[in-house]
Design a binder for this molecule. Structure first.
Ligand SMILES: Cc1cc2nc3c(=O)[nH]c(=O)nc-3n(C[C@H](O)[C@H](O)[C@H](O)COP(=O)(O)OP(=O)(O)OC[C@H]3O[C@@H](n4cnc5c(N)ncnc54)[C@H](O)[C@@H]3O)c2cc1C
Length: 322
């Protein structure tokens, strides 16, 4: 078992920022364990190629507090910038190491990964995000339809399909505008108006709607799905069913509750309990990024890492000074 002072779990924006913050504060450098073979896997997997990465996401402006920040740029530019942050700060990231357990042992934590790594740490920062498990609808998805129901844009482009996009945030709007270039797209949202979509996406969406490339169906209340030959029959409350070839859900992510509860983290409803520095009810176990944010974003993730570092510095400096 390798002994480390600080272990960060997850090399997304929050995990990378946490490792940078503690290193630049002169604390013991963190080891970061990442389940994918590269950093920022949520961005690699869920953002379509060329996507604009908004610094003000879902209409929320977040002022920089910590060391990391970025200006709106493309997915590729953002990922290149994160790679250069990793190299510039010589971060110790162990890839292909999915942490499946955080064990609390007296004064230390034992971190076990699927890649066979065992680490002992004084302080753990969990920054594993919420997109490992996208939110699914409350109604069941019939197994015959599973290959037609998607939670992110496919690598292979779709062409000439009837597509239903479900959701009311920026991801749903971006997906609808992208897919409508080659498909007939309907965007279904349960509320009467969009209120979370940022101005650029709203403007693009309005343009697509005016040109008749995207139809909106709102408020709409989907009650269930049924197979209809090779298509999907979508059943609405108080409305006629509609038929589609492919259905996309962009309903956000869900907190990895079981993983955190197994480590002893208490929850209030679906939110893990954490104080202003991200420290949980388990002393020295911190949370950063989407796990602790009400409205997750990259800038929010960067800032939460700065707050974690402040918590470590003010509460546990003697444990983590080199
Ligand atoms: C389609 C889409 C578009 C978006 N667009 C924007 C945008 O334009 N602007 C913006 O600010 N935000 C955007 N967001 C939100 C943004 O991506 C998140 O808020 C941000 O990525 C959160 O960072 P994080 O580090 O907390 O989590 P994540 O980015 O989810 O990173 C978590 C990391 O932890 C790793 N991990 C997970 N479980 C484990 C484990 N058990 N062991 C080891 N590693 C693990 C994952 O592989 C991943 O690399 C978008 C999200 C989506 C889904």
């Amino acid at each position: 078992m390798e002994r480390k002072k600080i272990v960060v779990i997850g090399a997304g924006p929050a995990g990378i920022a946490a490792a940078v913050e503690v290193k630049e504060a002169g604390l013991a450098p963190a080891v970061v364990v990442e389940k994918a073979g590269h950093a920022c896997d949520t961005i690699v997997r869920f953002y379509r190629d060329g996507k604009r990465v908004d610094a003000d996401y879902q209409k929320v402006k977040v002022a920089q507090q910590g060391l990391l920040s970025f200006a709106t740029e493309s997915k590729e530019e953002f990922l290149a910038e994160m790679d250069s942050v990793i190299n510039r700060h010589v971060l110790d990231i162990r890839y292909n190491q999915e942490c499946h357990k955080i064990e609390v042992k007296n004064d230390t934590f034992h971190i076990h990964t699927a890649g066979g790594l065992s680490l002992e740490a004084n302080i753990v920062v969990a920054a594993i995000g919420i997109f490992g498990k996208p939110v699914r609808p409350a109604y069941p998805i019939p197994k015959e339809l599973r290959d037609k129901i998607l939670f992110s844009l496919p690598k292979e482009p779709l062409d000439g399909k009837d597509v239903l996009v479900v959701g009311g945030g920026d991801s749903a709007a971006e997906a609808a505008c992208f897919l409508c270039q080659k498909n007939r797209v309907t965007l279904s949202y349960r509320r009467p108006n969009f209120f979370r979509i940022n101005e650029i996406n709203m403007c693009t969406l309005n343009g697509c709607c005016c040109e008749g490339k995207v139809k909106t169906k709102m408020p709409s209340d989907i009650e269930g799905l049924e197979p209809e030959g090779k298509r999907i029959k979508v059943l609405f409350n108080n409305d006629t069913p509609l038929s589609f070839d492919v259905l996309f859900y962009f309903l956000g992510g869900s907190t990895p509750q079981v993983f955190l509860e197994n480590a002893g983290v208490r929850f209030s409803g679906r939110k893990p309990q954490a104080d202003e520095c991200g420290e949980t009810n388990i002393p020295r176990l911190f949370l950063a990024g989407d796990l602790v944010l009400d409205r997750g974003s990259i800038m929010g993730a960067f800032n939460s890492a700065y707050l974690v570092k402040n918590g470590i510095l003010s509460r546990y400096r003697e444990l983590v000074t080199v």
